[in-house]
Design a protein around this ligand. Structure first.
Ligand code: TRP
Length: 332
């Protein structure tokens, strides 16, 4: 990896199978970032545990499953460091150190915190650890001295908190250790779920990346369409139709024609869905193939994650030593 390149850190929580929303909202962006940045892509298993600690059995396998999808999408372990957060103990070490200097008021007022406490049902999130969620995220970012953090809009307060923590550390210890990271907002063309709401596992409206073709066809067949179009002879409204929106994302070169035919009532919703499901089947082919190739053995992935953790640690160790010196724990 070259010295001049800026660093990027991002992570995903292994809490389930990845779906088309992850592809459009994050993975395609990660793939592009590899061209210009030194990237660290992390399976955020500690972060997953913070909400799933009552049922943690699947975190380990979801980690492998998610990484398989990353690889199938073109995240390349030769170019980027792919690792699991819990394999690099420096994450929790830096988390502890940053916790010491982070004022309680700063974490209590993070909007995602209050929102999740209110909205997530069936989980007890009133734990000491969960309050520290964004501080652990700050540790993830600062451990690698990342300049840029690709995130969705919902994560902006966490990047902002990270910047505040940087300034506080520099002020308290009278030295500059970290760059202030910027958020690289994914201008994700919002992909709606099969019911028109945001695609999300908790709404049960997803199409998973590794879904079987027959299942994809069955799901697409049941998708919500333009409610203002009742008969095929009614003109369609592709700009607001849930199904039509997918054309622009998955087959941009065919989108204009499909939309035009829909508007002129030449294309009915049944045909539209049938053709779209083939487009999605084709776009998700690599995700099924990688599973067929691995054949259920995660050994290769584990080996790759171990190699990634080694690379990550070689950077992380250096930062931790610097931070411990600044905090006065070890000699200069
Ligand atoms: N909190 C992020 C999310 O839910 C995941 C994450 C963990 C992350 N650590 C990170 C993202 C560091 C960017 C940088 O999406």
């Amino acid at each position: 990896m070259s010295e001049q390149r800026q660093r990027v850190v991002s992570g995903m929580r292994p809490t389930g199978q990845l779906h088309l929303g992850h592809l459009v909202g994050a993975l395609q962006n990660w793939k592009r970032l590899q061209e210009r940045y030194d990237c660290f892509f992390m399976v955020a298993d500690y972060h997953a545990l913070m909400s799933e600690y009552e049922r943690p059995q699947q975190i380990h396998t979801w980690s492998y499953e998610n990484v398989l999808d990353w690889l199938a999408c073109g995240i390349d372990p030769q170019r980027s460091v792919i690792f699991r957060q819990s394999d690099v103990p420096e994450h929790t070490e830096l988390f502890a150190l940053l916790s010491i200097v982070t004022p309680l008021g700063w974490v209590e007022r993070v909007p995602t915190y209050k929102e999740q406490l209110r909205e997530i049902e069936g989980r007890d999130l009133t734990t000491y650890g969960f309050l520290g969620y964004p501080v652990l995220q700050a540790a993830d970012i600062l451990l690698y001295k990342a300049q840029a953090v690709p995130v969705g809009e919902d994560q902006l307060p966490h990047v902002e908190l990270t910047r505040e923590i940087v300034r506080r550390v520099h002020f308290l210890f009278k030295r500059e250790i970290f760059p202030e990271p910027s958020a690289l907002l994914t201008e994700s063309p919002r992909l709606s779920g099969t019911d028109g709401r945001k695609m999300s596992k908790s709404y049960g409206n997803t199409i998973n990346l590794s879904e079987a073709p027959e299942k994809i066809r069955a799901i697409v067949e049941k998708m919500f369409t333009d409610p203002a179009r009742i008969k095929m002879t009614d003109p369609g409204h592709p700009d607001t139709c849930n199904v039509c929106g997918y054309w622009g994302t998955f087959a941009p070169s065919a989108a204009a024609r499909a939309h035009d035919e829909c508007r002129r009532s030449i294309r009915g919703c049944v045909q539209n869905k049938r053709e779209l499901s083939e487009v999605i089947v084709q776009a998700t082919e690599p995700f099924r193939q990688i599973r067929a190739k691995i054949g259920g053995s995660y050994d290769e992935i584990e080996g790759m994650l171990q190699a990634g953790a080694e690379k990550a640690r070689s950077v992380a160790r250096h930062t931790i030593t610097e931070v411990k010196a600044a905090f006065g724990l070890i000699g200069q």
